[in-house]
Design a protein around this ligand. Structure first.
Ligand code: C2E
Ligand code: MG
Ligand code: MG
Length: 699
């Protein structure tokens, strides 16, 4: 070991002669350069070792106060980190062996020692000492790492079939060091029965050299009977012949991590508000039930789609907190209705789905539905208030015709819609007729999407007459669909569906653009001091579209329409739904010169006080009132009241659906300003309207 500097050597020797001799040997060329310190007694040696650092100690055993191993031990206890060579006259095998066992690096006899011998011994001592130090440091590091990582250690000697388990290994399971033997069973017998096979398989795979290391996550039983999730790693050691003779590794507690993982998995499959399974988990369970059914087992089931009645109303008026608590209570009550093994899930909002096993007949299906209705009939108490809720239930019974979970949910949902229409607390079971209707609607929806791009839509125009002058005031634009196979379809058959699917929005904008463009042409073609107006119906969906006003303005200015001649018709229920917002929109529309007329007036439920604040120009009296007004004086009084109401609010009125001369006379007698109906003209396409205008110059 050449370090560059001379070796610091402590020579413990009481005999001056021997000291002379040994120091001469140390100064010879054969030995490495030394910086020598001399001690004559064990006490002196101890003192030197305590106050200075040495690279090597060479010690005699026979000293003035101590002799033999006693000398060695006193020196060695102070030279824990320094290699010690014994150089003595005592030529005893027993003592030399004992000294070596107690840590002497070498044992030399004075009578035989030469410079070469001493030099070699010193080199070996140093080298061995360094190796020992490195090993000790590495062991220390390993021990620190093991202690720091909180893991236990195990070391299995395959030849003896004994396992060393570290203290930590045992304490992780709640055992004291002496409570666990060195048998492999101490480990393997504690593994959870469901995980045992996995652990053994992985262990064998690694022992057979099929895997690069052993790695297993499994449950193991603690002393207190509870289960701990363990992660055990290990590496096998093999001899030259490839035979494994040892496998060792670490053993840690991963219970917290596993819990967190389980929580994450739970969250992914459960609704956070009610803790019920969510749509994903419901799908999974439905899928399993469907597969069981298709395998041919007698295992019918039913899917219940539940939707709380008027929940939105409670949520909006009482706040989300109350809404949430009602949903939670509803979830608990539903759970109380079902049998173990059935699933209650929440799809979101106030929509729940129950998957009930062993429900084969409609009678069975109704049975559970009745229980649910009864449970919900009891009021839900929140704070000091009691809430009465009810639920609409749609049921789909299992059948081998179903391939996918969503088909069952969809059909139960369709049946639920039917139940909703029946009124509160109703139950409907999905049937063939609903199926056909649903298919037809789906078909219609698809066709409608295509219709807009393939110009199947067209607009018919119906004249609106000034009842005083008898001349045409303007036209109402009415949408028609020329279906490739079904022919002309009236709006009542597709507008509600277009509303539901949102398709009414693009279709509505198309109508507005087209009608404005047409009217601009007619305004030029048929000029008058009182330019013709164009009335366009606006659906509630369009009305709540952001940017409505600027879009309308864009269309009007692009079309070149005479300002102030566009009228938008809206039903009163749309305007009354949120009359604050509606009021502002109506103001904004008026500001850009667009009039508002209230359509089908009398069929909704307008609040008169709200009506007063809506700056609309005209009320269109629904045709049901016009039709019945000539039948009784009572009915005609209703129309008279609406006309005078309009006048009091500064609006005009329009009689819709005038079909007969009597009706017209009646409307005129009430001083109703405008009229529209088959009596004058049915809605016609633009060519027919032009013919009409040309043929009747007195328009
Ligand atoms: P509405 O706005 O009240 O339109 C008047 C309806 O009364 C039209 O029905 C018209 O054909 C019908 N009608 C006119 N005179 C008479 C009559 O003398 N007797 C009878 N029995 N009916 C008469 P149509 O064209 O079937 O439209 C029905 C509804 O569809 C419209 O009612 C309107 O609410 C809606 N609609 C039509 N076109 C559009 C549109 O472009 N957009 C929107 N959002 N809705 C539209
Ligand atoms: Mg209308
Ligand atoms: Mg109308």
């Amino acid at each position: 070991m050449t370090t560059g500097r001379p070796l610091k050597v402590l020579l413990v020797e009481d005999s001056p002669n021997d000291f002379q001799r040994v120091s001469a040997l140390l100064r010879s060329d054969a030995t490495p350069p030394c910086d020598l310190t001399h001690a004559q007694t064990a006490a002196e040696a101890v003192h030197s070792l305590r106050t200075d650092h040495f690279d090597l100690v060479i010690t005699d055993l026979t000293l003035p106060e101590t002799t033999g191993l006693e000398t060695f031990r006193r020196v060695k206890t102070c030279a824990t980190r320094t290699p010690v060579i014994v150089l003595t006259g005592i030529e005893s095998d027993r003592i030399s062996l004992q000294a070596m066992e107690e840590g002497a690096q070498d044992y030399l006899f004075k009578s035989h020692v030469t410079a070469e011998l001493l030099s070699r011994s010193m080199r070996y001592a140093q080298a061995r000492h360094h190796a020992d130090e490195a090993l000790r440091e590495s062991e220390e590091r390993y021990a620190l790492a093991v202690a720091g990582s909180n893991n236990g250690v195990w070391d299995w000697d395959i030849r003896t079939n004994r396992v060393f388990y570290s203290k930590r290994w045992k304490s992780l399971l709640g055992y004291l060091d002496n409570e666990i033997s060195d048998s492999p069973a101490e480990w393997l017998d504690r593994v959870h029965p469901e995980d045992g096979e996995l652990v053994r398989e992985k262990l064998n795979a690694h022992l057979d050299d099929l895997t690069s290391h052993f790695h297993a996550e499994y449950r193991i039983q603690r002393k207190n009977g509870g289960w701990m999730w363990a992660l055990t790693r290990g590496t096998a050691v093999r001899n030259e012949d490839g035979i494994t003779y040892r496998i060792a590794g670490s053993h840690g507690d991963i219970t917290d991590r596993k819990r967190a993982e389980e929580q994450l998995i739970h969250n992914a499959f459960h609704d956070s508000l009610t803790g019920l399974p969510n749509r994903a988990l419901l799908h999974d369970r439905l899928d399993r039930s469907l597969r069981r059914l298709r395998r041919g087992g007698e295992s019918p089931f039913a899917v219940y789609f539940l939707d709380l009645d008027r929940f939105k109303h409670i949520n909006d008026s009482k706040g989300h907190e109350v809404g949430d608590r009602i949903l939670m209570e509803f979830a608990r009550r539903l759970e109380a209705c079902i049998r173990p093994g059935d699933t209650v899930s929440r799809l979101g909002g106030d929509e729940f789905v129950v998957l009930a096993d062993d429900v084969g007949s409609p009678e069975d299906a109704h049975h559970l539905a009745e229980r649910i209705h009864e449970e919900l009939a009891l009021p839900i108490a929140i704070g000091s208030e009691e809430y009465f809720t009810s639920v609409s239930i749609g049921i789909a019974l299992s059948s081998v015709d179903y391939d996918l979970p969503e088909q069952l949910i969809r059909d139960a949902d369709t049946a639920m819609y039917r139940a909703k229409a029946d009124g509160r607390s109703a139950t409907e079971i999905f049937n063939k007729e609903m199926h056909d209707r649903a298919v037809a609607i789906l078909q219609l929806e698809n066709d409608m999407r295509r219709a807009l791009n393939t110009s199947q839509f067209e607009i018919h125009y119906q004249p609106i007459i000034n009842l005083r002058s008898g001349r045409i005031r303007g036209f109402e634009a009415l949408l028609r669909w020329d279906h490739p196979s079904m022919g002309l379809i009236q709006p009542e058959h597709f507008i509600p569906l277009a509303e539901e699917t949102g398709l009414i929005v693009p279709v509505g904008w198309w109508v507005l653009e087209k009608a404005c463009h047409q009217m601009q042409i007619w305004q030029k073609q048929f000029p008058s001091g009182n330019p013709l107006t164009i009335s366009v119906n606006i659906s509630s969906r369009q009305f709540s579209e952001p940017g409505l006003v600027s879009r309308v303005q864009g269309i009007v200015s692009k079309s070149g329409l005479v300002p102030g001649t566009l009228i938008l018709e809206m039903t009163e229920s749309v305007l009354m739904k949120d009359y604050h917002i509606a009021g502002q929109l109506v103001e904004d529309l008026r500001a850009i010169g667009v009039q508002l007329h209230i359509d089908d007036f009398g069929t909704g439920y307008s609040s008169l006080s709200h009506l007063r604040h809506l700056p609309t120009e005209s009320l269109k009296i629904d045709r049901s009132f016009i039709h019945s007004m000539t039948e009784s004086s009572e009915n005609s009084e209703i129309v008279r009241t609406i006309v005078s109401l309009a006048r009091n609010l500064g609006m005009t009125s329009t009689a819709e659906g005038l079909e007969t001369a009597d009706q017209l006379a009646c409307a005129r007698s009430m001083d109703c300003e405008q009229g529209q109906g088959f009596f004058f003209s049915a809605p016609r396409d633009s060519d027919e309207i032009e013919t009409l205008m040309h043929s009747n110059p007195s328009w």
